[in-house]
Design a protein around this ligand. Structure first.
Ligand code: ARG
Length: 458
């Protein structure tokens, strides 16, 4: 019979047990469950709620169980209802009298709420490390390409010259925000619900603050109904994961474009690409495509959990067991994607010449040409119009702005002088965009240093 089967006269039906059970997925929280029980039993003893022998045997038993699970000596029983029941039952097998005292003043409702918070707190650290590594990869590549000119795009049309470093660093900023966001979420996650009981605390004189401190948590939850039924932090966490995937997915889209023959800005390493079973010439960017594809399920997991939560009355309801599979899957996908995506970037070959070639076409220095005239005293709107006519002239005559003779420039306005060539050279265009946040190599170097420093501190 189940541990809770006091008023029951029949065993639970086999299929109902399987239907109800969550051990197949919540077993991954065994460490957090044991950690919580160690702190809880220590507090029970300190408060005089359990005796010394019970305290010692519970501590001893839980530590043995942890060791046995880690060493593969103790396997999870698929028939157990969940990880909480499994560990308590194992403890009771070891110490029949003391084991039964562990659950004093506690409910599975505050227990599971605690375990998932501890789990998310631990995982935030891991995801942040992966993000930090990815940012390091980006800053390392960017440092080599502060002078690598490429076209910057808007509407997927060549727009203004930038550098490859500037493009990569845009993503570094996104991943930096992702790290920052996880820190922020951790503040609200690392708070203890233990002691909230099933819904209304307990009559035992628990020291909740002590348990929170034992567990290294920031604070306790101050309303017991909220303590057992809040999953906001889990939704925030999945949302942060969805944003990470969204950022990686956008980046993937560019990687896919860049390694096409139409662009050829980069080539992926053979170890990070795949072939076709029929077309011998193919080298496909499967990693980037799969990251883009997987972003769908992570993004959708946000809506899954919001939908689970939106209609359930206070306090605990079994619906909430559904929080774990969706959260674990989102987390697994992110932890799967980040390192391969990172390695794919670290090993790619950058074709500077192709980027430069693309930058030379498309009149991406037209703004600079207009700015040249403006700096000579012409109103910007007039300069804009004259440059537009120049571009049309170039298109008609199959020229670029740089290839025009000075006499041709002068047909449009005699404000053009020989220094126009320097003003519209792509190197000048990039170098002169020296406003903070811009692509000038000097500004970029400062910014790379700033990102490296900030990522290290998050
Ligand atoms: N397996 C449950 C979950 O994941 C644990 C809490 C169950 N509590 C209860 N009273 N049935 O949510």
């Amino acid at each position: 019979m189940a541990l809770w089967a006091g008023r029951f006269s029949k065993e639970i039906a086999e299929d109902v047990n399987a239907f109800n059970s969550s051990i197949s997925f919540d077993c991954r929280m065994y460490r957090q469950d044991i950690k919580g029980s160690l702190a809880h039993s220590k507090m029970l003893y300190k408060q005089g709620i359990i005796d010394e022998l019970a305290y010692k045997e519970i501590q001893q038993g839980l530590k043995e169980i942890l060791k046995d699970i880690e060493e593969g000596k103790l396997l999870f029983d698929p028939n157990a209802e969940d990880i909480h029941m499994f560990i308590e039952a194992e403890l009771t097998k070891k110490y029949p009298v003391s084991g039964k005292k562990l659950h004093t003043g506690r409910s599975r409702n505050d227990q599971v709420a605690l375990d998932l918070r501890l789990y998310v707190h631990d995982e935030i650290k891991e995801v942040k490390e992966l993000l930090h590594h990815l940012i390091t990869t980006l800053t390392t590549i960017a440092s080599k390409h502060t002078g690598t000119i490429m076209p910057g795009y808007t509407h997927m049309q060549r727009a203004q010259p930038i550098t490859f470093a500037h493009h990569l660093m845009a993503y570094a900023e996104m991943f930096l925000r992702d790290m920052d966001r996880l820190n922020d979420i951790d503040e609200r996650t690392n708070v203890s619900p233990l002691g909230c009981g099933a819904l209304a605390t307990t009559t035992y004189p628990l020291d909740r603050q002590f348990v929170a401190e034992e567990l290294g948590m920031n604070d306790i939850m101050y309303n017991s109904l909220d303590g057992v039924s809040d999953r906001d932090y889990a939704i925030e966490f999945i949302n942060a994961l969805a944003l990470i995937m969204m950022h990686m997915s956008r980046f993937s889209e560019e990687i896919i474009l860049w390694c096409s023959w139409e662009f050829k800005f980069i080539d992926l390493d053979d170890a990070y690409a795949t072939g076709s079973s029929i077309m011998p010439q193919k080298k496909n960017p499967d990693i980037a495509e799969l990251v883009r594809g997987k972003s769908a399920r992570v993004i959708n997991s946000v809506s899954t959990l919001l939908t689970v939560m939106k209609g359930i009355p206070l306090a605990y309801n079994k619906d909430m067991q559904e929080d774990k599979e969706t959260l674990f899957d989102a987390l697994d996908q992110v932890k799967l994607c980040l390192p391969v995506f990172d390695e794919m970037l670290a090993t790619m070959t950058v074709h500077k010449d192709k980027m430069r070639e693309a930058a030379a076409k498309g009149f991406i220095n037209a703004t600079d040409c207009a700015d040249y005239l403006t700096k000579k005293g012409m109103a910007f709107r007039d300069a804009y119009k004259i440059t537009g006519k120049l571009v049309a002239y170039c298109i008609e005559n199959n020229e670029t702005l740089e290839s025009l003779q000075l006499s041709e420039f002068k047909q449009f306005t005699d404000m053009f002088e020989g220094d126009v060539y320097n003003a519209i050279s792509l190197e000048t265009c990039v170098k002169n965009r020296a406003v903070v946040g811009g692509p000038s190599p000097e500004i970029e170097k400062t910014n790379i240093a700033r990102v490296i420093k900030k990522a290290g501190a998050l």
